[in-house]
Design a protein around this ligand. Structure first.
Ligand code: FAD
Length: 328
């Protein structure tokens, strides 16, 4: 019988991603109710040092797949290694972050092991012995509760920032199980030649607690500096609508929305963004939405918790000054 709650551990630059810590805490709570074990899946090359963090955040066991062919993420390598492991160990649940990597990997693995995948979840709970997932539908206009009663493992990708990571328990240990990886060069159709990193002192968009986002109302790339100033005072990330990206004002990696990144920060400040369905699809699960728009009829005000009707070129600098005073 399938048993065990598995969390796929995402890491970058030698650090476990926040969404993994959130999932471990959620997995720990589920495990307390179901009496199962929580296992973290740690894939990569030279990453064994991260096992202790996973243990401190709730993993009982860490499956460590340390292999040259896993040094960089590729869909083929990771999905084969993870698919093989699932078929061997038969966990009951597998949770991944709803990140670029998590979405890519989860879809391929679910297909390989022939199970269902609840994608883009904003909540996970146990009800009547069954895992229930909350998912936005119609681009975030409604939410459904979905279950996967027949297939195992139950797989889901969960958005960053919708669950809360518990405090780590220093010194908590976990059993580390080395996983033999059976990968041939012929298994891989992608070869990573080069990785180009964008260096930023700001938080990563999908993990940020606060996002200051600008749309077509910014009127040009030079004006993003007023958003960056506010972002830096708040310790926030900067985001954008597709209109701003398509205008060439800001790179695509900053785009929030259906064809951009999905974010769920504690605070999303939308500046000069009208609130199209496509944009809302990526940010409507933000806990608090502040909209600054000169058009009182703009759709963004329908989802905003706080709305400021005004010219963003006046409002944003004033907001920055007030925040500076408050946070000084
Ligand atoms: P607009 O709709 O033009 O709104 C600009 C707003 O700025 C207006 O409300 C205006 O009142 C306000 N404004 C102007 N000047 C000021 C000022 N000085 N002060 C205050 N307010 C001001 N969009 C996304 O964002 N993300 C996606 O992932 C995405 N995916 C898409 C996928 C597909 C297949 C398609 C077809 C479209 C997609 N879009 C996406 C585009 C989407 O439909 C909208 O066109 C886009 O979101 C509009 O961006 P915007 O709100 O910045 O621009």
């Amino acid at each position: 019988m399938a048993k065990g709650i598995w969390i796929f551990a995402e890491h970058r630059d030698g650090k476990i991603k926040k969404v993994t810590l959130e999932l471990l805490s959620a997995g720990r709570k589920l495990a307390t109710e179901t009496g199962e074990e929580v296992s973290a899946l740690l894939f990569g090359k030279g990453v064994s040092g991260l096992a202790s963090t996973l243990a401190e955040y709730g993993a009982d066991k860490v499956y460590l797949a340390d292999d040259d062919m896993l040094a960089q993420y590729t869909t083929d390598a990771y999905s084969k290694a993870l698919g093989d492991l699932i078929m061997e160990k038969e966990p009951s649940v597998l949770l991944l972050g709803c990140t670029v990597l998590g979405r890519d990997l989860a879809a391929r693995v679910a297909q390989k092991v022939k199970t269902c995948l609840m994608s883009d979840c904003t909540g996970v709970e146990l009800s009547g012995g069954q895992l229930v997932f909350v998912r936005p539908v119609y681009a975030g206009k409604a939410f459904v509760k979905a279950v996967c009663p027949e297939l195992k493992p139950v797989m889901a990708t969960v958005r960053p920032n919708v669950l809360t990571a518990d405090e780590p328990r220093a010194g908590r240990g976990a059993e580390v199980v080395n996983v033999a990886v059976h990968l041939e060069k012929t298994d891989l159709r992608q070869v990573i030649k080069d990785v180009v990193m964008q260096i930023s002192t700001r938080p990563e968009l999908t993990e940020a607690n606060i996002i200051v986002s600008g749309g077509r109302g910014m009127k040009g790339p030079e004006n993003y500096k007023i958003l960056e100033e506010l972002a830096d005072v708040l310790g926030a990330a900067v985001g954008a609508s597709r209109a701003a990206v398509d205008s060439g004002w800001i790179p695509q990696s900053f785009q929030v929305g259906q064809t951009g990144k999905t974010v769920s920060p504690a605070l999303y400040i939308a500046c000069g963004i009208s609130g199209s369905t496509m944009h809302l699809a990526g940010m409507s699960s933000s806990k608090c939405i502040v909209a600054i728009n000169k058009d009182p009829e703009a759709d963004i005000f329908k989802v905003a918790d706080y709305g400021i009707v005004g010219d963003l070129f006046e409002v944003v600098p004033l907001l920055t000054e007030e925040c500076k005073k408050l946070l000084a």
